[in-house]
Design a protein around this ligand. Sequence first.
Ligand SMILES: [Zn+2]
Length: 118
Amino acid sequence: MKKVINNIGGEMINKVKIGEYIYTVEYGKNTGSGYIGYIDYEKGKIKIKNTLHYRKTIETLLHEIIHGIVDYYMLRKVIKDDYEEYFVDVMAKAIHALLKDNPELVEDIIREDNLLGK
Ligand SMILES: [Zn+2]
């Protein structure tokens, strides 16, 4: 399910599954954190500021999703505190480029589920 986000003139995802957790994604004037994006692990919410341009909105959402991955898969065991933001930023940019440059890869990943009847 997608939701129209006015500042980017289009629709954006409003739910994202990270591991077995489903996060709701909200776009608003403030994230309540002072940052342009925020993830609340306990409430299962991601908040993105709704004044960002399109690319920044996507990058910020990916950034918060990677934080969610770090949390779900307990990657803090291998990433020191000081390096989480760096790790998350690099991975968000890398995954953004990977998916954008290889849209057929996503189709191939989804096709496996279809073959298995999921
Ligand atoms: Zn961050």
